[in-house]
Design a protein around this ligand. Structure first.
Ligand code: SAH
Ligand code: SF4
Ligand code: F3S
Length: 479
């Protein structure tokens, strides 16, 4: 779907990323004109909904907007507002419509105000139709495959007076080397792959993010080397299913091999990754994690459900027994591993027996943390038309039982580490008490302790003095 296809500048290079740098310059000139008229700088804000993929995409958008000359501010003060949307569950969509309603009045008052929508929701035709009809004041709509084009699209909008819509159904294009802004100075997310090929029957991600595409190892390594030179000590490798990384490259590389290459980067201290699909977790990866000095001993291994029958309906391609055997293997090889998961309650046809199988997995695995979701029907996915959708009251009651069990177990596990000394990456000043700083353990839990904020970005040893359920109070330990 393309609202405007006119060539907006004959001189624009065809090659990327040069073409986008050209449009960044063009936008910059326009912005300068507007600033002179207004007598002040123009401001922008990107609000991110959804997962870490979206968070990373937003950093890329911010990088481009800053290059153009926008000053990034809070949403209330912004002339250019961008919502990077998520559609994994219905309430993610509702949030966006709610906020859009409020923006209409604001926009009427500020003639310089621009509004863009991008991200996963925009990959759905029904959403774009609805916005086109009912939210005419939106300036720019683009999707997940062409965020690198934000400068070009913005320039189109500047040159015309119509809503610009550019959505691609899919892409095999990966554009490297565009500006990007980071939220933290010492840690960063790095995409290793885009898209997903798994088509779990409840999930909309493959439809809105397209087919799996892996980045070349050399591009990933180069990006991380640059980040490290810039002060980053921890990276999070991102992909919907990192365990299938590299299979479709011209010269196939496994995720475990990629990790080994990344490990060699001097100055990099910690490596994290997500998400691991249980069906693709290899012995090679377990082996690499076991011997690594840098890979955090944390594995996010979404189970979704415990019943083999439901797992089949979900197209997860493992059984309850496969999953439990995998967990046993991981725990045996890496005894101090911290396991986390995603669990869904209320998938169509879920019976009390099915749910008890989920509870059984939770009790057997003993997760350090679990993200729990109530099944949400996504139009266009196979599960949306399955019979026996589970009544809301039944789902809510099961969801509560599951939460109680998970919390009980994770509190017990957190308690077990009380008194130990662990390595912590200092991330921030404490938001409640300025005497304290906050850091993250290898297993992703937080610890608050007395210290100077000059330690932010450094790895320090901390004694976990008191467990507070899901976090610790600690004190700096002598080396
Ligand atoms: N690629 C990851 C998950 C990405 S989506 C994986 O395969 O594990 C993050 C989580 O959202 C999923 O693990 C799932 O638990 C949840 N989720 C996805 N679709 C959902 C839906 N329709 N309703 C409720 N939760 C959903
Ligand atoms: Fe969705 Fe499944 Fe792909 Fe994860 S692996 S993004 S749950 S389809
Ligand atoms: Fe949402 Fe898109 Fe992520 S649908 S969960 S933002 S991939």
């Amino acid at each position: 779907m393309k609202e405007i296809s006119v060539e907006i500048d004959q001189n624009a290079p065809v090659k990327e990323p040069e073409r986008q740098f050209f449009f960044m310059e063009k936008c910059k000139e326009e912005l300068k004109k507007q600033e002179t008229e207004l007598g002040r700088k123009l401001t922008a804000n990107v609000t991110t909904f959804g997962c870490q993929m979206n968070a990373r995409d937003s950093e890329k958008i911010v990088g481009i907007l800053e290059t153009i000359g926008y000053e990034m501010v809070e949403e209330e003060d912004a002339d250019f507002i961008i919502y990077n949307t998520c559609t994994v569950r219905e309430n993610a969509n509702l949030k966006v419509y709610g906020r859009l309603g409020q923006l209409k009045k604001k926009k009427q008052k500020n003639p310089y105000m621009r509004l863009a929508l991008c991200g996963c929701m925009m990959q759905e035709d029904v959403v774009v139709e609805k916005i086109r009809k009912s939210y005419r004041f939106v300036d720019l709509i683009f999707g997940t495959h062409n965020i690198y084009k934000v400068a070009e699209l913005l320039y189109q909008r500047m040159m015309t007076d119509r809503m610009v819509i550019d959505i691609w159904k899919d892409t095999d294009k990966i554009v490297e080397d565009l500006p990007s802004e980071r939220k933290f100075s010492f840690k960063a997310g790095v995409n290793v792959m885009y898209g997903c090929n798994n088509f779990c029957t409840y999930c909309i991600v493959p439809y809105v993010r397209g087919r799996e595409r892996s980045r070349e190892p050399k591009d990933i390594i180069r990006e991380i080397e640059k980040l490290v030179a810039d002060g980053v000590v921890e990276i999070m490798l991102l992909g919907q299913n990192v365990n299938s990384y590299g299979k479709n490259l011209e010269h196939p590389v496994s995720f475990a091999q990629l990790l080994q290459e990344i490990e060699k980067i001097e100055g990099l201290k910690r490596i994290r990754f997500m998400t691991s699909h249980p069906k693709d977790l290899s012995d090679e990866l377990i082996e690499v994690m076991k011997h690594s000095k840098k890979i955090c001993k944390h594995l996010h291994l979404p189970v979704q459900a415990g019943s083999t029958r439901l797992l089949k309906e979900m197209n997860r391609r493992y059984t309850k027994e496969d999953y439990l055997a995998l967990v046993d293997k991981v725990k045996k090889e890496i005894p101090d591993i911290s396991l986390t998961t995603d669990i869904m309650v209320g998938f169509p046809g879920e019976t009390e027996e099915d749910f008890l199988e989920t509870m059984d997995v939770v009790k057997k695995v003993r997760y350090d943390a679990a993200y729990t979701f109530i099944y949400s029907k996504r139009t266009g996915t196979p599960a949306a038309v399955m019979e026996n959708q589970v009544p809301e009251d039944v789902v809510k009651e099961r969801f509560q039982r599951l939460l109680d069990e998970i919390q009980k177990i994770s509190a017990e596990l957190t308690k077990e580490d009380e008194g130990t000394i662990q390595e912590v990456l200092v991330e921030d000043e404490d938001s409640q008490d300025t005497q304290l700083i906050t850091g993250r353990l290898s297993n992703n839990l937080l610890v608050h302790f007395k210290g100077d904020k000059s330690l932010i970005g450094q790895l320090v040893k901390v004694k976990l003095v008191e467990c507070k359920g899901f976090y610790y109070l600690g004190e700096l330990a002598e080396d």
